[in-house]
Design a protein around this ligand. Structure first.
Ligand SMILES: Cc1ncc(COP(=O)(O)O)c(C=O)c1O
Ligand SMILES: N[C@@H](CCOP(=O)(O)O)C(=O)O
Length: 413
């Protein structure tokens, strides 16, 4: 089993010992997020396609050699990962590309991609001997943390903006978390959570600060690679808010390249909502600073005006030769409908934003007919039924007679 070898600042490259409790680079401040690096020579010996093929574990702990935890007893007893990967012949034909793959990460235990990170966050808290864990969230990181903490027997404190979708807040409460509905935005909830975490000494599960969380998130990229026998698609489309998820795909592929299982990192295409697009803007303008702005999008999970993982996100897009797309709320709602009606995958608005980005990107003519693309659906549609209702339309209301049904069928045809 390998363990994290060093932590390295994404901005200045300064290295830290993983045994220290440092989360962000003291020289660079909060923007100096850290990479968790391994002894790749050691990992290479253990993390082989043959060893994976013989590994019966379905949860993300199957990738323990590339995770920052080396005692499996710290992992919560939840089956995180192994989400379905579908090939859509329909979309390949429609978009005139070789292959379209759809990975439905809304099929995790608490119905979002975030379970991958919280699984590791909770294990790290246990490793540190913490009894309480906390985060700020738009809802998904929180519900995943609440679920994982409940299984692991940790007290859980959550800070969400007051407008968080009711289903997400209900999830938190049913898992027994102590929930603070913050009067303000996600940014306000984030700042308050940081203060409370400092004041009470809770373990911090915020991917924008804690470098180990991205290691959990990267398991989606590892899984995609393993499912495709390490023959990755040319492009991966993924929605972007704080920028942690896209960074995690870069990290997964970076690690796989280090150990020689892939030779090239796929192009990462980050998709933001037009009403919350600071990383998109910085990328398009070739800048290395982020313009903070109030947000305006129905995709609540990516309604982030002050992204904290921008440095890693920009590196992911730039180093992979990728691109960024911004989509309107109408395009997101249309993507929700189209994805559900053609593939059966029901995503929340931020969950399908990557798919909305693929549809928009395809119109630019930048996709070649030889290309294979993957889209990551990051959250389940049932998380936000109000937005789903806006996308879905209304049912027919009828008297309980066949005549009433016939009238509607007749007028609909
Ligand atoms: C469903 C969903 N999609 C996308 C994102 C965006 O991820 P990130 O903020 O890491 O960019 C989030 C939350 O972060 C989310 O909950
Ligand atoms: N939109 C995110 C924000 C924080 O999540 P994290 O996993 O990046 O810490 C959410 O799901 O709450």
């Amino acid at each position: 089993m390998a363990s994290a070898d060093k932590l390295k600042c994404v901005l200045c490259g300064r290295e830290f010992d993983p045994k220290s409790d440092v989360f962000t680079c003291p020289d660079c401040g909060p923007d100096g997020t850290l990479d968790v690096l391994y002894d790749y020579g050691e990992v290479k010996r253990q993390f082989t396609p043959e060893a994976l093929a013989g590994n019966k574990e379905r949860s993300i702990s199957r990738y323990i050699e590339l995770l920052p935890i080396n005692d499996p007893t710290f992992f919560p007893n939840l089956k995180v990962g192994s989400s379905p990967l579908y090939e859509s012949a329909y979309w390949a034909k429609k978009l005139k590309v070789k292959q379209v793959l759809i990975k439905d990460d809304g099929r995790n235990p608490t119905a979002s991609f975030k379970d991958r990170a919280s699984f590791i966050g909770v294990a790290k808290a246990k490793e540190k001997g913490a009894t309480s864990i906390a985060c700020a969230s738009t809802g998904n990181a929180a519900s995943s943390l609440a679920g994982c903490a409940a299984v692991a027997g940790l007290d859980c404190y959550i800070f969400v903006p007051e407008k968080a979708p009711v289903n997400k807040v209900t999830q938190l409460l049913i898992y027994g978390a102590k929930v603070f509905l913050v009067k303000g935005t996600y940014e306000d909830a984030f700042k308050l959570a940081v203060k409370a975490i400092d004041a009470y000494g809770w373990y911090n599960r915020n991917s924008a600060i804690n470098p180990y969380l991205v290691e959990g998130k990267k398991t989606c990229g590892l899984e995609l690679a393993e499912e495709l026998s390490f023959d990755l698609p040319d492009k991966v489309f993924v929605s972007v808010g704080d920028g942690c998820i896209i960074s995690s795909f870069y990290k997964a592929f970076y690690d796989l390249k280090q150990i020689g299982l892939i030779s090239q990192i796929p192009q990462l295409i980050g998709v933001q909502a037009e009403g919350a697009n600071p990383i998109y803007k910085a990328f398009k303008e070739g800048k290395n600073v982020i313009e903070k702005k109030p947000t305006n999008t129905l995709a609540d999970s990516i309604a982030v005006g002050e992204p904290r993982n921008w440095a890693k996100a920009l590196r992911a897009v730039r180093n992979s030769g990728g691109d960024m797309v911004a989509v309107s709320d109408d395009e997101i709602l249309e993507a929700m409908r189209l994805l559900a009606r053609t593939s059966g995958v029901f995503g929340e608005p931020a969950g399908v934003t990557g798919f909305a980005g693929l549809l928009k990107y395809a119109q630019t003519g930048k996709l070649g007919s030889h290309e294979r693309v993957a889209v990551i659906v990051t959250g389940n549609g049932l998380k936000d039924s109000e937005s789903a209702k806006r996308a879905a339309g209304s049912p027919y209301e009828v008297e309980p007679t066949l005549e009433a049904v016939s009238r509607i069928i007749g007028s609909a045809n």
